[in-house]
Design a protein around this ligand. Structure first.
Ligand code: GDP
Ligand code: GDP
Length: 458
């Protein structure tokens, strides 16, 4: 499995030239006359060791009348819909033209993942256009020369995380990770489904109730009950519709049982947890109401955050708690104090044994997943940034004013943002926190890690 890159932009900026370079053959026609090629073409692209599918949308003629504009728009839209990521190319020699705005609009409307490239960037003449390109509000442009092969390293840097995310997804979907735990059920977990299941890991200290919870969800005693449990070091998963939503649930209890034998419980359960966390989109940290927020719980929750997973905290064995109101208040306080990095993450109380609270847990998981996948438009973000800067201007360390110009979301799962700023090294952490907390509150993104990167705008 690989990703698809679409090259879009107005005629004559150099799309086919880049396509040829990536594909390595003269598949597309290059010509000084705009719009020689007429349709979308597809090829196998390569930079260094990275392989992907490229779509060239260079089949566009100069938009001289309405029908041509319409055709241009449709073709670009089609390319955008087919792609995982769009390389939006402008010509650094001419600078940003009104026609470029048409494409920028399409990309914004389609909510596309955009890499901006200023082509024909060889030589000093391009400097001004590079700065202009920031104003498109589509992030930091790559300076590139498709003809001379410049800027390929930067392009590679931006494509690599996309490839990695895909590989991770593929690994998580791979049948090898499914372990059938001694029952005669027809390998339900290996049957591919049409809609991709939501990947959940249930982690927590031994005896928190992970197996009980999963058994309750899948509604039968088929998980990790036999003596074979724990013979494998692989993550064990089951796929199950939960509230009508396909989910794949990873469990680590099997390894825990093996760990017990080896008397290295703590150490092993953290590395088991790590494996499950890596597979997951949403991590459910299951706490035991009698001993919540133990060192081990904190470590695994922190790990999930650092790995960029959506997190839901579930407090189990709620059935045995006497003073529920007082306890809940105390739990929330402890949560805020001990796991500030997970601010806003949902905390739900459940009883794996009786099944009480599991519907709320399911809701919290779905919502966390949705937030984790959320994309905020660049236009929206920049309006927001202006407001934030006005409300509370950045400090001026040593008299040097920190100027922040543009902001864009570069990634989802978890949401990641780039702010173009002067003096990124001088930005105090407190100001970064101000922005991250603001994003969380204003765009309603509780309980998901938010990444904020500062780039020197030069
Ligand atoms: P498309 O219409 O966007 O596909 O553009 P083409 O790939 O057909 O390129 C249009 C013209 O720009 C051709 O004459 C190319 O040789 C030229 N061109 C493409 N890339 C570069 C570059 O990096 N530098 C310079 N100077 N010219 C380029
Ligand atoms: P794991 O090690 O995290 O997989 O934990 P288990 O699922 O094996 O559960 C450990 C113990 O806690 C077992 O004795 C369960 O019966 C008990 N347990 C699990 N969930 C609950 C619950 O919701 N309420 C109560 N009272 N006991 C529970």
């Amino acid at each position: 499995m690989t990703f698809t890159l679409a090259i879009v932009g107005r005629p004559n900026v150099g799309k086919s030239t880049l396509f040829n370079r990536l594909v390595g053959k003269k598949l597309a026609l290059v010509d000084d006359q705009p719009g020689v090629t007429r349709d979308l073409r597809e090829g196998e692209g390569r930079i260094a060791d990275l392989r992907f599918t490229v779509i060239d949308s260079a089949g566009l003629e100069e938009a001289t009348d309405d029908s041509l504009q319409g055709r241009m728009r449709r073709l670009t839209e089609r390319a955008v819909e087919m792609a995982d990521v769009c390389l939006f190319m402008i010509d650094a020699r001419t600078g940003v033209l009104p026609a470029d705005e048409v494409f920028a609009d399409i990309l914004r409307k389609k909510n596309a993942h955009v890499i901006l490239a200023a082509n024909k960037g060889e030589g000093k003449a391009a400097d001004a256009s590079i700065l202009e390109a920031y104003a498109l509000g589509l992030g930091e442009p790559i300076r590139m020369s498709a003809e001379h092969g410049e800027g390929m390293g930067e392009l590679l840097d931006m494509l690599r995380p996309i490839a990695e995310a895909q590989a991770e997804q593929a690994a998580a979907d791979a049948p090898e990770v499914d372990v059938d735990v001694g029952d005669d059920d027809e390998d339900a977990a290996r049957v591919p489904t049409k809609s991709k299941p939501l990947q959940i890991a249930v982690v927590g200290r031994p005896n928190a109730g992970k197996s009980t919870l999963i058994n309750q969800i899948i509604g039968e005693e088929r998980l990790l009950t036999g003596p074979e449990a724990g013979i494998t070091r692989d993550a064990i998963s089951v796929q199950q519709d939960w509230g009508g939503v396909p989910m794949r649930i990873f469990d680590t209890a099997g390894m825990r049982k093996k760990a017990k034998v080896q008397e290295k419980i703590e150490k092993l359960s953290v590395s088991d947890g790590l494996r499950a966390v890596k597979f997951a989109e949403v991590v459910v940290v299951l706490l035991d109401v009698e001993i919540p927020f133990e060192q081990q719980d904190l470590r695994i929750a922190d790990l999930a955050e650092r790995e960029g997973r959506a997190v839901v905290v579930a407090v189990n064995k709620w059935d045995i708690e006497g003073d529920k109101q007082v306890k809940l208040k105390k739990l929330r306080e402890d949560f805020e104090r001990l796991l500030p990095q997970l601010r806003g993450a949902p905390l739900v109380t459940v009883s794996a044994k009786t099944g009480k609270g599991l519907d709320r847990l399911q809701q919290a998981i779905m919502r966390a997943h949705e937030v984790w996948n959320r994309r905020v438009t660049t236009a929206h973000l920049n309006r927001w940034l202006t407001g934030m800067l006005e409300q509370h201007p950045p400090p001026a360390p040593g008299g040097k004013r920190i100027r922040m110009r543009y902001m864009t979301q570069v990634k989802t799962r978890p949401p990641a943002f780039v702010v173009m700023t002067s003096h990124p090294d001088m930005m105090p952490d407190s100001y970064k926190r101000y922005l991250v907390n603001g994003l969380r509150a204003d765009f309603d993104m509780p309980g998901t890690p938010i990444r904020l990167f500062l780039r020197d705008q030069g």
